[in-house]
Ligand binder design. Sequence first.
Ligand SMILES: [Zn+2]
Length: 98
Amino acid sequence: MGFLSKLFGKDNDIAYSTWHAGSGEDVCKKCKDLDGTCWTPEADFAPPPMKDCTRAGGCNARALVVKMDEAWGPGDAEFIKKKGGVATSKQMDRFHSG
Ligand SMILES: [Zn+2]
């Protein structure tokens, strides 16, 4: 059972999660680089910043949960699954731009 499973529980309403890094000096490079990365609950993926964050005390970055009934949710989740359960922000951008 992964970190996020413990954090959010197995919730069927969850479409996917996305890593959101804050801006400015409160975010280290490792967290910033992964800003926008998305993953499905099935992927059992914990964003590396949670493990590799280089800022003492952790960054102002967090995982946001997108529910199935929110805009983009279901379509995005299908795309992320096709990518193996984890998609980078660049892949998501490409998907959204058609
Ligand atoms: Zn960090």
